[in-house]
Design a protein around this ligand. Structure first.
Ligand SMILES: [Zn+2]
Length: 227
């Protein structure tokens, strides 16, 4: 798939004169929503290539995608331990203070017997976001250094499939619901973990949005062919 042969495959059948019409696969795009084949025109950052049949956005290049993804993923990785292991908030109920971290929440859910919920919580709020940030960081770093190791296409595939598995936003909604429900019964102090978790959620979201998958695949493919 990564050899030059990939780009020289032809599609279509012989015409009335017996010659075989050839299309370079780089010059056509298939709409993922309606399968229409569309000419792959160069699109500049800020512009969009839209399917004329169903209005699906096919290409929306982002400027400086590698640098932005790298910076945001690195920031997310630095924030990660603080967001998970620092207290999120302290609840003060009639002088009795209770504070907890995301990690404490997972452990106490496990001890209350809801082990399946604890595992899902650990996977969606810690493991998957961490794996996703690390993948973005590692792939961007390699593209920035213009080094394309043989395993990079596989890492990119894992990233593309894991894209929908990080659920920091859902966890954030859970925290906000707790704050709203406890607002009248307890005095709430926001701790370091709350701000780190909010910043982590925004940087994780930002790194996913900054990553231009088409451009990343193009650079990986180009690097593999060159290598
Ligand atoms: Zn379409």
């Amino acid at each position: 798939m990564w050899s030059n042969d990939f780009n020289q495959k032809t599609i279509g059948s012989k015409d009335a004169y017996g010659s075989e019409p050839t299309f370079n696969l780089d010059q056509v795009l298939a709409c993922p929503a309606c399968d229409l084949l569309i000419e792959n025109k160069p699109v500049q950052p800020g512009e969009k290539l839209i399917c004329p049949r169903c209005d699906e956005i096919l290409l929306a290049p982002k400027s400086n995608s590698v640098n932005h993804s790298l910076a945001l993923a690195l920031t997310g990785l630095i924030l990660f331990p603080y967001a998970v292991f620092m207290p999120i908030m302290t609840l003060d109920t009639m002088g009795i203070e209770n504070s907890g971290t995301i990690f404490d929440g997972i452990i106490s859910t496990w001890h209350t017997g809801y082990w399946l919920v604890a595992v899902i919580l650990a996977m969606t709020s810690v493991a998957f976001p961490l794996i996703k940030l690390f993948l973005i960081f590692w792939i961007s770093l390699n593209l920035k250094r213009k080094r394309i190791p043989g395993y990079l296409p596989q890492l990119m595939r894992i990233y593309v499939h894991s894209d929908e598995w990080g659920m920091l936003e859902v966890m954030m909604i859970g925290i906000l619901v707790t704050i709203i429900k406890m607002h009248h019964t307890a005095h709430i102090h926001y701790d370091t973990g709350f701000f780190c978790f909010t910043a982590l959620m925004l940087t994780a979201l930002g790194s996913s949005l900054a990553l231009d998958k088409t451009e990343f695949w193009r650079q990986i493919e180009h690097g593999r062919i060159q290598g």
